[in-house]
Design a binder for this molecule. Structure first.
Ligand SMILES: [Zn+2]
Length: 127
């Protein structure tokens, strides 16, 4: 893939990442406020929350993965890493280049359209 194309996808991915981060930040703020309010009122609750606090990073990760946008964020980060490693745009399954049409629609795509469709039809067969 050409350098200028890579730059274009990198920009696209970074823009999407920033957008998602904003969304997640807002949602997290809302959750934190809810926790604070409930710990202020119910004493049995505050013990529970303090306990969970020891695993803050785990909770953070669980939070991210609990949301669709969090998982998407992960895939975008992975795609950005592939750009830096020079592996971007190759199908993880067959190794062929992923078409630009597909990358324009889904810049973090890991599989070419053929492999993706194959995977989906196999899922459809009840696997
Ligand atoms: Zn493929």
């Amino acid at each position: 893939m050409k350098e200028e194309d890579l730059k274009k996808y990198e920009k696209l991915l970074i823009a999407r990442r920033d957008e998602l981060m904003e969304q997640l930040k807002d949602r997290k703020k809302a959750i934190d406020t809810t926790i604070k309010e409930s710990t202020g009122d119910i004493s049995s609750y505050s013990y529970h929350m303090a306990d969970q606090g020891t695993d803050h990073m785990e909770r953070e990760k669980a939070f991210l993965f609990a949301h669709k946008s969090g998982r998407l964020l992960y895939h975008i980060e992975e795609a950005l890493r592939r750009i830096r490693k020079g592996e971007f745009g190759k199908c993880h399954s067959c190794g062929k280049e992923i078409s630009k049409t597909r990358l324009n629609a889904v810049p973090h795509a890991r599989y070419c359209i053929e492999c993706k469709e194959k995977e989906e039809s196999e899922k459809g067969r009840g696997r």
